[in-house]
Every structure is written in structure tokens, then in C-alpha cells.
Design a protein around this ligand. Structure first.
Ligand code: ADP
Ligand code: F6P
Length: 335
């Protein structure tokens, strides 16, 4: 009997009452669906919800608003994040992290959902170490979070980029040109690889695989011209960059008119795809479930067809790279 009481007290101590939610790092289509799911799942569990605007910057500045079911009405279809986002250097300092935990405590936030990338999860980890129950939700168009096969925004971003590349291809073919199209991804080549396959690119350059041998590309362009190809599409990952100069060098070496197009932030905006809306909703809801079950210092992930969660440290220590099979396949398909 005494044992049961002790156990009950322990469970009560962990029970969160107020959940805070913030978005941090680069925005990603689907973040709004995740926010909506956090708010409505928390409310369904009888919890209070506070929205923290502008990521960790807003947390440190106490830019915190009460949220109800209506606060998240009419947002599931919108790109960006209604909570705004920011990059906050102060959160990388111990003083900033102490202050952020104090602000959470002051506002009664005992559970926090952080929607962002690996950097944002580092901040979440620091808050968990300071007694705030935290759960990370992977939100980035880059797909560069090792513990998960899905990140919020990637699907929309690759579809946006793919459509843009199709358009460039039309004009490239008409003018019999070479086009270098630069896509986002910071140091990761997932957007480049997926678009390269989806758009039937002749070359895909990623930080993970590119050997800096430009001569090989030049030889490839010449060889493809010989067999009658009218255009040559090169998808260049942001991590390699230098697309405009590369275009000049390639034009000089091949004699083929070459243009560079940097797609840029267009691929980070826009209405989320169905997949991004549904997966982001599932991840937001799961984050709240983890908190209500007493979990902290966790990251939601999608692996092998299931939504799962990992310890943040464990998640941050994981490594992933481009699937070699996909890379080799892309090469074979670009004949
Ligand atoms: P992402 O979350 O998409 O990886 P960033 O790397 O820009 O994006 O990180 C977003 C924010 O997370 C940073 O501006 C900072 O406030 C916080 N952050 C990043 N790294 C750390 C860290 N090592 N410790 C604490 N907070 C961090
Ligand atoms: O992390 C998302 C991302 O769009 C990267 O692909 C890119 O390198 C970076 O953010 C760009 O950030 P900013 O919004 O500061 O230009």
C-alpha cells in the first residue's frame, strides 16, 4: 500500500500541466501543422498551451502567448511558421540556457516542444538538463537529422524544387544549353539527390560524393552531346555552391551555353504537401504524448514506417549519409 502511494506521488510529480511550443532554425512547410497538433493534443489532454514566438530569442525575451484551439485554426495549409522562428546565439551560452530555463519556470512551462533541427535540439537538451521536460520534433527541409528518415518540410521542398527544375529544363532544352541548378540543403545533399533523380539530371553534385573533378563533368557534357542530348542538367547542392562561376568555366571548356539558377528560399516556402501535413501532425501529437507520459530529453523520429522516439543525446550522436544505392542508381539512370 505504502509502495503504491510512493509510486503515485512520483507519477504526479512528472505530470506536465503547461506545454510550451516553439519553432527554431530555418522554417519548413508543415511546421504549422505540427504546432496545431501540439496545441490541440495538449488541449485534448486538459493541458494549458503557451506559444513561444521567434524560437529561443522569443523565449529569452518572454515573447509568450496563451494558445487555444482557435489560435491554430486555418494554419494547417500554410507554409512558414505562425510562431515565427529565429537563430539565437545567446542560447548557445550557459547563461542564456540558465535564463531560458528560468523563463520557462516563471511562465509555468513544465513541458516544451521544440520544432527544429539538430541545433535546436542542442538547446532542448540544455533545457532538459535544467529541469524542463523537452521533446524535439524534426523540422527542416534539409532531411539532415540522422535519427529520422523524415523531417518536416523536406517533401514540400523537393516538390517545389522539382517543379522549378522542370521549368528550367524546358528553356534549357529549347536553347540546347547546359543548366546548373543550385538547391538548398546546407551541407547535406538530400534535396540535390532527390531532385536529381526526379528531374532526370545528367549530373548531381553533392558534398558527400563530389570529388571536385570538374573535368569529369566537362567530359560528360561533351560525351552526352555526341550521343545527341540537347540539354545537360546539373543539380548542384548548396554545400558546393559557386554555381555562377562554375557555369562560366563549363561554358568556356565545352562551348555549350551554360546558365546557373539558384532556386533559393522559394523551396522553403509554400503550402505543405499532404505528406508534410500528416506526418507533421503525427509528430506534434506524439511529442505531447511523450510529455504527458513523463518523457523528457527525447526526439520524435520516423523509422521503418513508424513514429518512434529517441533520447536526444543518442539522436545527436547518430550519423547518416546519402544512400549509396540511390546515388549509384541516379548515375545509371542519367545515361
Ligand atoms: P537547426 O535547428 O535547423 O539545426 P540552427 O543550427 O541554426 O538550426 O540552430 C537553431 C538554434 O538552436 C540556434 O540559433 C541556437 O539558438 C540553438 N542552438 C544551436 N546549437 C546550440 C547549442 N550547441 N547549444 C544550445 N543551443 C543551440
Ligand atoms: O536549414 C534550412 C536552410 O534552408 C538550408 O538549406 C540553408 O543552408 C539555410 O537554411 C539558409 O538559411 P537562411 O535562412 O539563413 O538563408
Amino acid at each position: 500500500m505504502a509502495k503504491a502511494t510512493k509510486k503515485q506521488v512520483k507519477v504526479e510529480k512528472k505530470q506536465v500541466k503547461t506545454i510550451g511550443v516553439l519553432t527554431s532554425g530555418g522554417d519548413a512547410p508543415g511546421m504549422n501543422a505540427a504546432i496545431r497538433a501540439v496545441v490541440r493534443t495538449a488541449l485534448a489532454n486538459g493541458l494549458k498551451v503557451k506559444g513561444i514566438r521567434r524560437g529561443y530569442t522569443g523565449l529569452l525575451e518572454e515573447d509568450i502567448v496563451d494558445m487555444n484551439a482557435k489560435s491554430v485554426a486555418d494554419i494547417i495549409q500554410r507554409g512558414g511558421t505562425v510562431l515565427y522562428t529565429a537563430r539565437c546565439p545567446e542560447m548557445m551560452t550557459a547563461d542564456g540556457q540558465d535564463k531560458a530555463a528560468d523563463v520557462c519556470k516563471k511562465h509555468g512551462i513544465d513541458g516544451l516542444v521544440v520544432i527544429g533541427g539538430d541545433g535546436s535540439f542542442q538547446g532542448a537538451r540544455q533545457l532538459a538538463a535544467r529541469g524542463i521536460n523537452t521533446v524535439g520534433v524534426p523540422g527542416t527541409i534539409d532531411l539532415d537529422i540522422a535519427c529520422t528518415e523524415y523531417t518536416i518540410g523536406f517533401d514540400t521542398a523537393v516538390n517545389t524544387a522539382m517543379e522549378a527544375i522542370d521549368k528550367v529544363r524546358d528553356t534549357s532544352t529549347s536553347h540546347e544549353r547546359c543548366s546548373i541548378i543550385e538547391v538548398m540543403g546546407r551541407r547535406a545533399g538530400y534535396i540535390a539527390l532527390w531532385c536529381g533523380i526526379a528531374n532526370g539530371a545528367e549530373d548531381i553534385l553533392t558534398v558527400e560524393r563530389y570529388d571536385n573533378d570538374e573535368q569529369k563533368i566537362i567530359d560528360n557534357i561533351k560525351a552526352k552531346r555526341k550521343i545527341g542530348k540537347t540539354h545537360h542538367i546539373i543539380i548542384n547542392a548548396e554545400g558546393i555552391g559557386d554555381s555562377h562561376n562554375m557555369a562560366k568555366r563549363i561554358e568556356a571548356a565545352t562551348g555549350m551555353e551554360t546558365r546557373a539558377t539558384v532556386i533559393g528560399h522559394i523551396q522553403r516556402g509554400g503550402s505543405p504537401t499532404c505528406k508534410d501535413r500528416v506526418y507533421a501532425s503525427s509528430m506534434g501529437a506524439k511529442a505531447v504524448d511523450i510529455l504527458t507520459q513523463g518523457g523528457s530529453n527525447r526526439v520524435v523520429a520516423y523509422r521503418h514506417g513508424e513514429f518512434v522516439d529517441f533520447d536526444i543525446e543518442e539522436a545527436l550522436a547518430m550519423k547518416k549519409t546519402l544512400d549509396p544505392y540511390m546515388c549509384d542508381m541516379a548515375k545509371k539512370l542519367s545515361r
